[in-house]
Design a protein. Structure first.
Length: 133
């Protein structure tokens, strides 16, 4: 395996795992009613979602491809991106405000779940055509 590819893969897996772990903690924060002030942060999450939308749209744009698949893919990525931004942001804020409420074992479970999700999405992106044929 090429070292450059390996470094990129490890970086992507690490980043994805951190983002998903933060999002899982954000779900806990919202579930426990400990996301005080979250309504005031929604405009920033919306701005982040808009950046995801434009970045995805420009990245996927291909004159030889139909517009509908590009737009539907962009919308799907944007919805997921917004959710990860919002939940991850709330998770980071919750963890920073009250780190003692997060037990080490709970975070370990979240990291494990995030790794499984990362691997599953990676595999799914590489093999989705096998299931849509």
């Amino acid at each position: 395996m090429d070292r450059t590819y390996l470094r990129q893969a490890v970086g992507l897996v690490a980043l994805s795992t951190v983002v998903l772990t933060a999002a899982f903690v954000g779900v806990v924060a919202l579930g426990q009613g400990r996301a005080a002030g979250a309504v005031n942060r929604v405009p920033f999450y919306a701005l982040g979602g808009a950046v995801v939308f434009v970045t995805t749209l420009v990245t996927l744009e291909d004159p030889e491809e139909g517009g509908v698949p590009i737009l539907t893919s962009t919308v799907a990525v944007t919805v997921i991106g917004f959710a990860l931004l919002a939940l991850g942001g709330e998770g980071v804020i919750y963890g920073a405000r009250d780190p003692g409420r997060l037990g080490t074992s709970l975070v370990a479970y979240f990291v494990a779940a995030a790794l499984v999700c990362t691997g599953s999405v990676y595999w799914g992106l590489n093999h989705w055509r096998e299931f849509t044929a």
